[in-house]
Design a protein around this ligand. Sequence first.
Ligand SMILES: [Zn+2]
Ligand SMILES: [Zn+2]
Length: 352
Amino acid sequence: MEAIIKNRPGHGAEFIKDLSEPIVGKRDVLIEVAAASVCGTDRELYEWTPSAQAFNLELPVVIGHEVSGTVLEVGSDVTTIAPGDRVALESHVPCLDCYQCRIGNAHNCLNMRILGMHVNGGFAQRTAVPESIVVKLPESVSLEVGSLMESAGVALTALARSGFAGVGGVVVVSGCGPVGLVAIQLSMLFGASHVIAIEPNPYRRAIAESLGAQVLDPSDDVVDYVRTVSGRRGGADVAFEVSAAPSALPTLLEAVRREGDVVTIGHPGSKIPIDIAAYINKKGITLRGVFGRRLWSTWEDLSHLLASGRLDLSWLITHRLNLRDFDHAIELLTGEANKVVLFPNGVLSDNQ
Ligand SMILES: [Zn+2]
Ligand SMILES: [Zn+2]
């Protein structure tokens, strides 16, 4: 079958036509992949950046971790999923047995493996994955939207992690890639009074503006603007750092108000010094991080929001490509594109 494989450390990834069919273990689910969205992390893996190397991939591996599809077959011990189910995949594979898994933090499992990094992922016609990461899609949610839930779930988790601190208040979102844009969309949906987006790319800035955000370039006086908008609050209630730019965090620590929240989502490629006395102790900022989704509340809430029609994600998709166009997909990510989705078994004809 056809797949995109990362064979060895270094630049690139390979399109191959003769990968052997996945082996379906007792607790595995075999999926015919419908849609697999390309993530900024896939570009990092392709370019073999320091943050890609930090994931300690188990090579060779089929990459792709934002996946939806239809179940073809299940292993003998699988009880919750059946052939024909339309599903999306969580990308963090928890062991379900360690301390963190046992106390409800399976998203931060001590033995965590990641789809498309340590186990074969979704840039393939078929993939076999543990039952534990398979999520049934609501009937009204299309398979292509299903492939967006993994990344959109990061945004929802970030809002939840702040205790939804932006409700009725001022939110700053630094970085308007897909996760940042969904953070803007959800903040508007959940009732922020102002959402201020910071993004250097004019194309992405325009999308943020269309979602209702007030947009700034990182070279603008962000702190002054946020303080003006927030009035007597003295700063934003919460800021989300999605860009991974090392220069972003110091600005956000200035831009939030006393007792405000900063949630970091992007992984900077280098260490960032923080003035603990000024920001954490005296200003009282709560700094938290997000890596992935919360299992399973994020999936439950996101599924419900999508099924209700209150949240639409389909607008995120700007490009639909075949698997063999992966190199082009990677190029698109740095240009005027939002979500680039690969269809390993052919582009879906309509909104299936
Ligand atoms: Zn991703
Ligand atoms: Zn675990």
